[in-house]
Design a protein around this ligand. Structure first.
Ligand code: HEC
Length: 180
């Protein structure tokens, strides 16, 4: 009897210790396990020198150039950043559209030049319209596009995403075969 009681007591202690360990693990899980972008390619932090995405989005119209257009390495990074920032949830993983307009079909709502696209992505469509832009084309969905300027604070990350979007078009801006 005595041995059994000790055995039970010990068993209880071990279970309690195990439960404690599991509990402690759960407490720390949200810190280590969940990143805003699902653990994919991390966004660069805000630039220490030079403009942030939001600042650049307020620069004079037409002044934003995209040095990454056609740059294969930057385009691959742009695709990772596109996924990491959560764009596929609305636009589809390949940019072909989902609950929101496609990005690769050759129809541009506010304009397809990198300058306009940068401002749209950084500011979102509501603030873009406040800057004097208006919808020139209607896609399958008419809804606001959220602002990503503070989620992607480093301008070159947005420019790489734009280079990836643009890689679906030929030099004349025509969608490549199979995009439509
Ligand atoms: C919550 C859904 C949502 C998310 C997330 C989202 N978008 Fe959008 N996006 C939209 C909507 C809606 C529009 C159309 C805006 C309008 O009609 O004014 C749009 C428009 C666009 C356009 C212009 C498309 C065209 O045909 O002219 C681009 C480019 C774009 N988004 C890129 C992105 C990128 C890059 C990301 C991630 C950093 C992103 N979007 C994340 C909803 C979203």
């Amino acid at each position: 009897m005595k041995t059994l009681a000790t055995g039970l007591g010990l068993g209880f202690l071990i279970s309690a210790a195990l439960l404690g360990a599991v509990h402690a693990q759960n407490d720390t899980a949200p810190m280590s396990g969940s990143t805003a972008n699902g653990g994919r390619m991390p966004m660069s932090p805000a630039p220490t020198s030079g403009a942030t995405s939001l600042q650049l989005a307020h620069s004079p119209k037409g002044s934003i150039k995209d040095p990454y257009i056609g740059d294969k390495k930057a385009i691959a990074e742009g695709q990772m950043l596109f996924s990491g920032a959560g764009c596929p949830g609305c636009h589809g993983g390949g940019g072909g559209g989902g609950i929101c307009p496609p990005l690769i079909d050759g129809v541009w709502i506010y304009g397809g030049d990198p300058d306009t696209l940068f401002r749209l992505i950084a500011l979102g469509s509501v603030d873009l319209q406040k800057e004097g832009y208006s919808r020139m084309a209607i896609e399958n969905v008419v809804a606001p596009m959220p602002s990503f300027g503070s989620i992607i604070p480093e301008p070159k990350d947005i420019l790489k995403i734009i280079a990836w979007i643009k890689s679906h078009y030929d030099a004349n801006g025509k969608p490549l075969e199979g995009n439509q």
